[in-house]
Design a binder for this molecule. Structure first.
Ligand SMILES: Nc1ncnc2c1ncn2[C@@H]1O[C@H](COP(=O)(O)OP(=O)(O)OP(=O)(O)O)[C@@H](O)[C@H]1O
Ligand SMILES: [Mg+2]
Length: 303
C-alpha cells in the first residue's frame, strides 16, 4: 500500500514563509504533478485556512471547531472519539466565484482559533503522551494522499511537536538574513532533543528529519542575501557532521524570490499559480515543486 509523504513546514521564527510554502507548493504538487495533497493547518492563526477558503466557507467553518483539526487535539486530551475526517476535510480548494475547484486534488483540514487553548490543556495531561494526538487521530485518515503538508505555528511548543512526531520529513522555510542563522542552529538542536526524547515510542526510529531548507523572499540586491545563504550552507555542513540534520539535507533551488503577486494572493484566497500565473512567484514555485518531489524521493531511496 502506498504511504503518504508527511512533511512538516516548521521554523520557530515567524513570518519566514511557512504558510506561503505550504499553500503554493501544495498547489503545484496537485496541479502540475497530479499528486493528491492534503494541507493540515495546525496554527491557531488559521493563515493557510484563510488563504484557500472563500469568505463564506471560512466563516461557516470558523464557527464550528468540531469540524477542524482542533477536534483531533480535543479528542486526544479528553479521551473522546468525535473527530470525523470526512465531515471536516474541505476538498478541492480553492474554488472559483462560480464554485468550481481550481485544483481538484488539493484538500485542507482547517484550523481553528480554539487551538489557542490546547497548549495549556497539554500540561494537565497525565498518562498519555501529548505529542501523539495528530499521529493517533489522523494516521488512518491520510492514507489516500500522496503528500500531506503541515503548516506549523511559529514556535516549537506542544502543537508543533505533534507535527514533528507525525511527519517523516521537516522542511525549514528560511529568510536569508544573519539573525536567522543562529536561530536555525538552535532550532536543529531543539528538534534533535525532542526526537531523542520520543524515539522508541510506538516504534518511531530516531533519524534526523530536517531534510530541506527553502529560501524565501530572496532579493539579489547587494550581497547580504548571497552572503547569508553561503553562511547557511557552511552551517548545514557542520550540522550534518554533528548528525543534527539529515545527511542528505539540502537547500532547495530555485530560491523563492520576493514577489508582489505572492504577497497579494493570500487576500485573493488563491495560490500564486492561479492568482499570478505569469509572475516570477508562480515560476519559482513551479520549479521548486519539481525540486521538492525529487528531493523527498531521493531521501526515501537513500535511507
Ligand atoms: N516570496 C514572497 N514574496 C513576497 N511576499 C511573500 C513571499 N513569501 C511570503 N510572503 C509574505 O510574507 C508574509 C509572511 O509569510 P507567511 O505568512 O507565509 O510566513 P509564516 O512563516 O507562515 O508566518 P507565521 O510565522 O506568522 O505563521 C505574508 O504576508 C506573505 O504573503
Ligand atoms: Mg504561517
Amino acid at each position: 500500500m502506498k504511504k503518504p509523504r508527511i512533511v512538516a513546514f516548521i521554523n520557530f521564527k515567524g513570518g519566514v514563509g511557512k504558510t506561503a510554502n505550504v499553500v503554493n507548493i501544495g498547489a503545484c504538487l496537485a496541479k502540475y504533478h497530479r499528486k493528491k495533497v492534503l494541507i493540515i493547518d495546525i496554527d491557531a492563526q488559521c493563515n493557510a485556512t484563510f488563504w484557500v477558503l472563500k469568505r463564506k466557507q471560512l466563516s461557516q467553518r470558523l464557527e464550528d471547531p468540531s469540524r477542524t483539526v482542533y477536534q483531533v487535539f480535543h479528542d486526544h486530551i479528553a479521551g473522546t472519539k468525535l473527530f470525523d475526517f470526512e465531515n471536516s476535510v474541505i476538498r478541492g480548494v480553492p474554488v472559483s466565484d462560480e464554485g468550481f475547484p481550481y485544483i481538484a486534488q488539493l484538500d485542507i483540514l482547517p484550523s481553528s482559533i480554539d487551538l489557542m487553548s490546547i497548549e495549556e490543556r497539554f500540561s494537565g495531561m497525565q498518562g498519555k503522551p501529548y505529542f501523539a494526538a495528530l499521529h493517533s487521530g489522523l494516521k488512518d485518515c491520510v492514507k489516500e494522499y500522496d503528500y500531506v503538508l503541515i503548516d506549523c505555528p511559529p514556535n516549537i511548543y506542544g502543537i508543533s511537536k505533534n507535527a514533528l512526531y507525525f511527519a517523516d520529513y521537516y522542511v525549514v522555510p528560511y529568510l536569508p538574513d544573519f539573525l536567522s542563522l543562529s536561530g536555525f542552529r538552535l532550532f536543529s538542536k531543539l528538534v534533535q532533543k525532542f526526537q531523542y526524547q520520543v524515539s522508541g515510542y510506538q516504534n518511531k526510529k530516531f533519524n534526523p528529519r530536517i531534510c530541506a531548507v527553502i529560501i524565501n523572499r530572496y532579493r539579489s540586491i547587494g550581497n547580504v542575501f548571497d552572503q547569508s545563504v553561503n553562511e547557511l550552507k557552511l552551517e548545514m555542513r557542520n550540522l550534518k557532521t554533528q548528525k543534527l540534520i539529515h545527511q542528505c539535507s539540502a537547500i532547495l533551488t530555485p530560491y523563492i524570490r520576493d514577489c508582489v503577486r505572492v504577497a497579494e494572493c493570500s487576500n485573493a484566497h488563491q495560490p500564486v499559480i492561479i492568482y499570478g500565473e505569469k509572475s516570477i512567484g508562480a515560476y519559482d514555485y513551479f520549479k521548486l515543486s519539481d525540486a521538492f518531489i525529487n528531493h523527498i524521493e531521493e531521501i526515501i531511496w537513500a535511507c
